[in-house]
Design a protein around this ligand. Structure first.
Ligand code: PEP
Ligand code: MG
Length: 325
């Protein structure tokens, strides 16, 4: 089984008819880098940074953050690393604020960061220093965006700090791409306008599903209703992919949906070619993607978005799986 897995990982990332795709890893801790290397992920599509707070009881200082990012960059060369700004709130423990009645609809992600200037500045400085030290490899990902005003505000902050740092460390420019998580339906619905303002978009299907279906992703009682195979979720993803294509903006998926092998085929069928997932899921996803053609994947995605019931999509998944094995 292990040698089978190694064989899959060594195989080029191509569909059965030769279309290339990129598989990246979602991680939070340095300790996960061994797994990233073992499955030959082509970089980090999502580096969660909430642990910086959790591990040290208060948000780390700039230097410690910088060292953390450097060690990630060192061990993933020559691939890109997408660092997501601190996404506190919702299900992610944080005690800066008061208890909220609806934490998932509350003070989280970019909302919190724009209010906590010092916290945001510290993280952005650490990331921008890393970007200066590893040219062309660092991407900044902004969580929980719900409006264009937030995009404008974060861009302004990044530009200002970039300018400051260029003078401070004596470089002409800092090469970093800025992207947003698409996890609030308002952004997905109007994705083209958001795409025009950013360098890339990453679809967070975990939150997108929760907000689109109005189902708390952590509530056991209604977990049966929380299903990323809901046809509306797929229609929304399709809209975002189309907006990316229309504006020439790279789009990827970093939510759990990408780690399901059949869903991964459906996503490629919709026109994506970059997915990011937990490292452990990568070999199985890759095996399935390599054993199907783009025509088969397009047929699958067409059937998914033509569905009206969750049960139909579940059936499509089951049929595709049976055909695969
Ligand atoms: C998502 O919402 O899909 C996502 C990838 O982010 P997280 O699970 O950390 O909220
Ligand atoms: Mg999320």
């Amino acid at each position: 089984e292990e040698s089978q897995r190694q064989k899959i990982c060594a195989h080029p990332n191509k569909t059965s008819d030769g279309c290339p795709f990129t598989l990246q890893a979602n991680i939070e801790f340095e300790e996960e880098l061994a797994a990233v290397e073992a499955v030959r992920a082509e970089g980090i599509g999502l580096l969660r940074t909430e642990s910086l707070y959790l591990r040290h009881d208060q948000f780390d200082d700039e230097q410690k953050q910088y060292s953390f990012y450097q060690s990630i960059l060192d061990k993933t060369a020559p691939h890109p690393v997408t660092i997501r700004l601190f996404d506190a709130g919702g299900d992610k423990f944080f005690d800066l604020g008061q208890q909220e009645h609806n934490p998932f609809l509350g003070w989280r992600g970019i909302r919190l960061l724009l209010d906590e200037q010092a916290l945001l500045e510290q993280q952005l400085r650490a990331i921008l220093k890393t970007a200066a030290a590893y040219p062309g490899r660092v991407r900044i990902l902004v969580p929980m965006v719900s409006s264009l005003e937030e995009v404008a505000a974060i861009k302004e902050r990044v530009d200002k700090l970039k300018e400051q740092l260029c003078t401070e460390i004596g470089v002409a420019k800092i090469d970093v791409r800025l992207g947003i998580m698409v996890e609030v339906p308002a952004v997905a619905m109007d994705a083209e306008h958001f795409a025009r303002e950013v360098d890339f978009m990453s679809i967070g299907t975990n939150d997108l599903t929760q907000y689109l279906l109005a189902v708390d992703r952590g509530n056991e009682r209604i977990s049966g209703l929380y299903d990323q195979r809901h046809p509306s979720v797929w229609k929304m993803i399709q809209k975002v992919i189309e907006a990316g294509a229309a504006t020439n903006t790279p789009v990827s998926v970093c939510g759990e949906l990408a780690s399901d092998p059949v869903a991964a085929c459906g996503l490629l069928g919709l026109g994506l070619n970059e997915l990011s997932m937990t490292p452990g899921a990568l070999p199985r996803v890759k095996k399935t993607l390599c054993s199907h053609s783009m025509d088969e994947m397009r047929e699958l995605s067409e059937n998914i978005v033509a569905s009206t019931r969750v049960s139909e999509v579940k059936e499509l998944f089951a049929d595709f799986s049976t055909k695969s094995s």
